[in-house]
Design a binder for this molecule. Structure first.
Ligand code: ATP
Length: 613
């Protein structure tokens, strides 16, 4: 993920929500738990039981201690006074512990099942929504940011429901019940303890703020150094070829130095805070013991009661201490929910009911103007009109940035024109569904990125239900069968990070095979700019010729050899078509832009071929 996006994400995390917004976010999240209402109720009951048992322990421990010290302890049962024995209380404690452990196991299993399923459905909903969004959306977002939504934001939500919510309920029970038990044992001592709380809370807030500031700064610094690692490893070839290892190492260690300094400053504040809390906490306990000692001496309190009291005081202190962290987590989760919802609110690509129309073969652009949503101020297409007849082979040529790829993208309906219209077989694009248009178009892009998986899977991407025979046939037509056969695992050879790395020419032939399998009536070929060796060039040309046979083809061309075999050439310049005609027509006019281009620029690498021909 890029440096800026990390920062932005963290800035977004700081967004403060009003109570109303928080409720709305909570409601949004809870809708995914609605199918599990019944299980949720069970989990809640189980949680209440385990917490209830938990809160009884200090009381029981106190009684046990008193019984051991010989203080007679009794309870009433059906009107009779029964004396509590050492064995009786011991057995009760162990029995309750056992029940608690068993129930806790089941309650956490129920809860995990609910959250895992709910979050999986939320993840699927977000992912399927993202995939349905338009290219304009993807143009404005970075991939890192989107995958962070699916991974970190949803993981944050998942952990909160799995751990934080349960812990929050448990701690609230401990706090309320703990204070009640404290009061029941000694109102005086409880008041003393509660008086020290405001001091601890204020100190906690002040220190907490400082600690958070430092941890944000440290994270930023750490993100900087992580970016250095990321960039360096991505560009490792450049690092090696310029022998800049030393420079990169010093860049990294400098970044780490500032991280370390910040981490130490943060730790200083944190340690001071911990020391202060320890002092205040144990000082308070010592004070209470001193005072309670006199109560015990005066016979107003037993040792057992004092022990129970101290344990409840720790329960209460513990829950109060955990609230800051737990609420912080909840706040973070609501922030994640906001970001996830932002995506879900984005409108998916316009879908119009399918018109049963197969085989679109011609494309007409009428005065199409367009600027990218991310750069509205820059007109990229300034009134493009062109006609591509069924089965015609056309080439888009022109300087870099003239708008050729943009027109190809518009024909695939990645973007909608700002004005003007696109017609397929005379039907306005607005009356066709996006899916239908794309089903009729096959592409062989310039940079072919294969998916992690087998070569077979990659070819089959053109027709998911294709049989192995069909895949082989397509590979053969694409001149890919021979190199695939050379791999011992054939079509099952893994490609990508974990598999073999295919050469540019091989990847292109896989993409051609994929297009052959898709068998679309319209083709868009973005010719690779980098030159291949003569052998691969020949194999690819031959494969492309077979692919183009009988199809309407648009070639974003960089080579004269391709252009010369086209029926019509459209010459682009600054978002306009400045010339069009057959290659011979354009070449016969020496003053034509195309003739000049052919002579100087875009065919430069192939000039040797021209002279050969
Ligand atoms: P090349 O031959 O170098 O591929 P091209 O003729 O295909 O160039 P386009 O890729 O269509 O040119 O780009 C036309 C203009 O639109 C350029 O100025 C480019 O910077 C801009 N552009 C392209 N894609 C985007 C995008 N996703 N967002 C914003 N601007 C873009």
């Amino acid at each position: 993920m890029a440096k800026r996006s990390r920062r932005e994400l963290r800035d977004e995390e700081k967004v403060k929500l009003s109570a109303q917004e928080s409720r709305a976010q909570l409601q949004f999240l809870l809708q995914f738990f609605r199918p599990y209402k019944f299980q949720l109720a069970i989990a809640l009951v189980l949680l209440l039981i385990t917490s209830g048992i938990g809160i009884l322990f200090p009381k029981l421990t106190g009684i046990l201690l008193d019984v051991m010290l010989g203080n007679k302890q009794t309870f009433s049962f059906k009107g009779n006074t029964v004396e509590i024995t050492r064995f009786g209380i011991g057995a009760t404690i162990f029995g309750l512990l056992l029940i608690q452990s068993v129930i806790r196991y089941f309650s956490s299993m129920v809860m995990v099942r609910i959250t895992e399923n709910s979050i999986a459905s939320l993840r699927t909903r977000v992912y399927s929504h993202i995939l349905r969004l338009s290219m304009s959306f993807f143009g404005e977002r970075r991939v890192g940011e989107l995958s962070s939504r699916i991974s970190s934001d949803l993981t944050q939500i998942q952990e909160t429901f799995n751990i934080t919510v349960i812990e929050l309920i448990r701690q609230i029970i401990f706090l309320v019940a703990g204070v009640i038990f404290l009061m029941l044992i000694s109102v005086k001592l409880t008041v003393i303890i509660l008086c020290t709380l405001p001091v601890l809370i204020v100190a906690g807030i002040l220190f907490g703020k400082k600690v958070r500031q430092f941890s944000t700064k440290t994270q930023d610094a750490l993100a900087e150094s992580a970016t250095i690692v990321e960039e360096t490893l991505q560009g490792i070839t450049s690092v090696k070829s310029y022998a800049n290892e030393k420079y990169e190492i010093s860049r990294y260690s400098n970044a780490l130095t500032s991280t370390v300094a910040l981490a130490i400053r943060g730790a200083r504040v944190r340690s001071a805070f911990v020391s202060f809390i320890m002092f205040a906490l144990f000082g308070g306990i010592a004070g209470v013991i001193l005072y309670a000692g006199t109560l015990v001496q005066r016979g107003e309190m037993t040792i057992g009661e004092l022990t129970s009291f101290m344990m409840y005081a720790m329960f209460v202190g513990g829950s109060l201490g955990s609230f800051a962290e737990l609420f912080g987590q909840v706040q973070k989760t609501l922030g994640s929910a906001v970001r996830v919802q932002e995506i879900l609110k984005e409108k998916p690509e316009i879908e119009i009911a399918d018109i049963p129309l197969k085989n679109l073969r011609s494309v007409v652009l009428k005065d199409v103007a367009f600027s990218y949503p991310s750069r509205r101020d820059m007109a990229v297409l300034k009134g493009i009109s062109l006609k591509i007849s069924p089965g015609e082979r056309v080439a888009f040529v022109g300087e870099s940035g003239a708008g050729k790829s943009t027109v190809a993208a518009m024909i695939q309906r990645f973007y909608e024109p700002d004005s003007g219209e696109i017609l397929y077989d005379g039907i306005s694009s607005k009356e066709l569904s996006i899916q239908e248009v794309r089903q009729n178009i096959g592409t062989v892009p310039q940079d072919i990125v294969l998916f992690g998986g087998t070569i077979g899977d990659n070819i089959r991407y053109g027709k998911l239900d294709a049989s192995d025979e069909e895949v082989w046939r397509a590979a053969k037509i694409a001149n890919a069968a021979n190199f695939i056969k050379e791999f011992p695992e054939g079509l099952k050879t893994l490609v990508g990070d974990r598999g073999v790395k295919l050469s540019g020419g091989q990847r292109q032939r896989v993409a051609i095979a994929r297009a052959i399998l898709k068998n679309p009536p319209i083709l868009i070929l973005d010719e690779a700019t980098s030159s291949l060796d003569a052998e691969s060039e020949h194999l690819i040309q031959e494969a492309l010729e077979r692919l183009m046979e009988g199809r309407t083809t648009i070639i974003i061309a960089h080579r004269l050899s391709t252009v010369r075999r086209c029926d019509t050439i459209f010459v682009f310049s600054s978002g306009k078509i400045i010339e069009s005609g057959s290659p011979n027509e354009l070449l016969s006019k020496p003053e034509s832009h195309y003739a000049r281009l052919a002579a100087y620029q875009f065919l430069q690498p192939k000039l040797e071929n021209i002279s050969e021909n």
